[in-house]
Design a protein around this ligand. Structure first.
Ligand code: GLN
Length: 310
């Protein structure tokens, strides 16, 4: 296809770069809805701060955003409780897998960072704040719809139910944190909210649009709406860089050099500060549970644009 803009051409070139790797990696198989996803799919979309958009491949295909949701719940929680959140969750990379429990005991139930599951549960607890889970889930969904400027975003009920049916590790983490007094709401309610946020279904175009405020100091450049203050925006980006890919965050920074957040559905949101928000989706994962081809695509994009922050 003839590209209609320089950004479209860029994305087509990136798609060409990763072509030989399409279908590689292993799709998450802990729940049926993820296990049956065709690993050959690939979507890529970008939204610039100047308002240009480009997308290629399966960019309109919805997928389970899973842990990419942790960026948005962190933003919501910071808006709700501000710096008080940092008494309950740390800011250091864990060097451990996303669902690890080992550090929690030594560190008295204070999770290392908001992007490992333990930390995300604490963040979700801060959002819940005594309300019923349905109310918090509705708030998170409405927030994503507003940020993406698209009402066509849903919570995939099948995924949410399967997460609940198989979520024994998350239940362990939540109970353990609660034992240290670092969850304020009933464990079951925190888990229900968390499983629903993981089950949010979005496509690359929506995800790139939703993350755009992070590339623009916390203000949506298209509407002028301030989502979060500039300092929080810098911090969220810093955490995405240092913790967004779990124990593979160092490698992602080394290869891509952009703040990024992955999910086991195969999505990655990457932020090029002051330039663009980028979303990629390729369901096959590497050993750390991050999209294999998605990271390759972002590596190519970063090389071609020079957008690495380093
Ligand atoms: N639902 C998954 C879990 O909580 C999300 C993990 C991820 O995307 N890394 O285990």
């Amino acid at each position: 296809m003839t590209p209609s803009s320089p950004h479209e051409e860029l994305l087509q070139n990136v798609q060409q770069d990763i072509r030989a790797h399409l279908g590689t990696g292993r799709v998450a198989d802990y729940i049926p809805a993820l296990a049956r996803v065709d690993p050959h799919q690939f979507g890529l979309a970008l939204h610039t701060c100047a308002g240009e958009r480009a997308s290629v491949g399966d960019c309109a295909q919805g997928f389970s955003i899973q842990s990419v949701s942790k960026v948005f719940t962190l933003t919501l929680a910071l808006g709700r409780v501000g710096d008080a959140l940092w008494h309950r969750v740390g800011r250091e990379p864990s060097g451990s897998p996303f669902n690890s429990i080992v550090q929690l005991e030594r560190e008295h139930g204070i999770p290392r960072n908001p992007f490992i599951n333990a930390g995300a549960l604490v963040v979700t607890d801060a959002i819940l704040a005594g309300r019923p889970p349905q109310v918090a889930v509705a708030e998170i969904l409405a927030y994503l719809r507003e940020l993406a400027d698209d009402t066509d975003i849903t919570v995939d009920r099948e995924v949410a139910q399967s997460e609940a049916d198989t979520g024994f590790r998350n239940a362990s983490l939540a109970n353990f944190i609660r034992a240290f007094g670092n969850l304020k709401n009933p464990v079951g309610e925190v888990l229900e909210t968390y499983f629903n946020q993981c089950a949010l279904r979005m496509n690359c175009v929506q995800l790139a649009r939703a993350g755009l405020f992070l590339a623009h100091g916390g203000v949506d450049p298209l509407t002028g709406h301030r989502v979060v203050d500039a300092q929080a925006t810098r911090r969220i980006n810093a955490l995405m860089m240092t913790c967004g890919h779990y124990d593979a965050s160092g490698d992602f920074a080394f290869r891509v050099g952009l703040p990024g957040k992955s999910g086991v559905g195969g999505g990655i949101l990457a932020i090029a500060p002051r330039k663009a928000s980028i979303a990629v989706w390729a369901p096959g994962l590497n050993e750390a549970g991050n999209s294999l081809v998605g990271a390759l695509a972002l590596e190519s994009l970063s090389r071609r644009t020079g957008w690495s922050v380093f």
